[in-house]
Design a binder for this molecule. Structure first.
Ligand code: GLU
Length: 447
């Protein structure tokens, strides 16, 4: 078999979303699995709708996803070749120039129409099997608006052939275009590539994935702090799986495992919640050093961060964040107490105080100071828990619900936050001196 050549052929007429890039990922994986090559062709023949900012966004997104192409070009660079073959078809009477009335204006404009031979056209789709269409009803369809303005069907056919594309991997929305493109190939005596039409990608509400129902540009995921390999992993599972129970595969494992015959026919759902969990999985696989380095790319420079404390907080960040953007927010949100003194609100501090025990919060907090002293330096959260829980349990014995009356003010005194890690973890990270000092400050507010 000849070397496989696939291509990704986006039109730069808007920001491409995950569904579009899934096509790129499958096309890339298929080529790489067989040691073939992958081409990027920017389909910019629609000059009115193509925009440079969208084209640049495609380059940026593919670079971020590390989807490298052996060759990159714009379709418009092949204008001369398109013209040459249009002229050839017209000269051979396989296409003709037709003067047509422009709607409402009485003017006439020229278009180039393909002489459709009609009849049944069949091709074997690698995912859907044999597909047969009667092309008679298509009539003599337009293949160019002028010799310098080929339409999509014509330009695609010429370029795929010139680039030696062996496999056209594209979205299912193109199935109905394929028979048209095959009859153009036949008229030009070009080889018909193999086709693989990928299932659609839907939003969780089963409507087509689009900007309107929240589809983001792929570069938005970069800006939110996703790992490109996590997104790559997730996209490769939209309509495909390796046939075993693995869910998390590296890029090399995906290339190794990819098998186009395992692509499903039914549509796939793009679920951001699942994507977040895949991202979290890959974030957790990073070494602490790598994790912090990537997170620092997202840190607000005005935040002064104690690097020693950051080293201690990394396991909490890994446990609690699903993107680096979230991790960054935690530094100034629920984990800010590790880097700065909490601001305490008296009302919040006593929020769990029971009416039968007036001033019990002070007592509860005071009761923690002695046990804290007994802790060794660098005690683990488990060791802290073993020391603190008997105090909380003793409260509970006195009054139902009393445990919270100790643990809540303790956690709040340490963190100043509604949501924060548990107090044992906080004490373990802050150290017993700092923890005792925060507890004393809380007591001072109350008395
Ligand atoms: N430019 C077309 C699109 O963006 C893709 C053409 C193709 O893959 O054949 O939908």
């Amino acid at each position: 078999m000849n070397k496989v050549v696939t291509r990704f052929a986006p039109s730069p007429t808007g920001f491409l979303h995950a569904g579009n890039y899934r096509t790129a990922v499958f096309s890339y994986l298929f080529a790489k699995h067989t040691g073939g090559s992958f081409i990027l062709r920017i389909e910019d023949t629609d000059t009115a709708r193509s925009k440079k900012e969208y084209e640049d966004n495609i380059y940026e997104a593919l670079a971020w996803l590390d989807l490298r192409s052996e060759k990159t070009y714009r379709q418009s660079e092949h204008k001369a070749r398109h013209r040459e073959l249009l002229e050839k078809l017209v000269a051979e009477n396989l296409a003709y120039v037709s003067k047509e009335e422009v709607k409402n204006e009485g003017d006439r404009e020229e278009v180039i129409r393909f002489r459709n031979p009609g009849g049944l056209v069949s091709f074997t789709d690698l995912i859907r099997g044999e597909i047969t269409t009667d092309v008679t009803d298509l009539g003599d369809f337009v293949i160019a608006k002028s010799f310098d303005e080929p339409v999509f069907h014509f330009a695609v056919v010429v370029d795929d052939s010139d680039e030696g594309v062996t496999h056209v991997v594209r979205g299912e929305d193109h199935i109905s275009n394929t028979p048209r493109q095959i009859i153009i190939q036949r008229a030009l005596h070009l080889e018909t590539p193999q086709y693989a039409h990928l299932p659609l990608i839907l939003s969780p509400d089963r409507t087509k994935l689009s900007k309107r129902n929240g589809a983001r540009a792929i570069t938005d995921y970069r800006d939110l702090g996703f790992l490109p390999d996590a997104l790559f992993n997730y996209l490769s599972f939209l309509g495909w799986n390796p046939g075993d129970d693995r869910e998390y595969l590296t890029r090399d494992e995906l290339i190794e495992a990819f098998d186009i015959s395992r692509v499903q026919k039914g549509s796939a759902i793009f679920d951001e919640t699942k994507l977040l969990s895949v991202n979290q999985h890959w974030m957790r696989q990073l070494s602490d050093e790598d994790f912090l380095a990537k997170m620092m790319d997202f840190v607000n420079p005005s935040l002064s961060i104690d690097s020693e404390m950051l080293g201690k907080a990394v396991s909490l960040l890994k446990e609690r964040s699903k993107t680096f953007g979230e991790a960054r927010e935690m530094l100034s949100g629920e984990l800010s107490c590790l880097f700065e003194q909490p601001c305490l609100d008296k009302e919040r501090l006593t929020a769990k105080e029971l009416p039968s025990h007036p001033r019990m919060t002070v007592l509860a907090l005071e009761g923690l100071l002695e046990p804290l002293k007994s802790l060794p330096e660098g005690a683990s959260p488990e060791a802290v828990k073993l020391t603190i829980m008997p105090v909380a349990n003793a409260e509970e014995a006195k009054e139902k619900g009393g445990r919270g009356a100790v643990l809540w003010p303790l956690r709040y005194a340490l963190s100043g936050q509604e949501h924060s890690p548990d107090p044992f973890t906080l004490i373990s990270i802050l150290g017993k001196e700092e923890s005792a000092s925060r507890i004393r400050k809380a007591i001072a507010i109350l008395v």
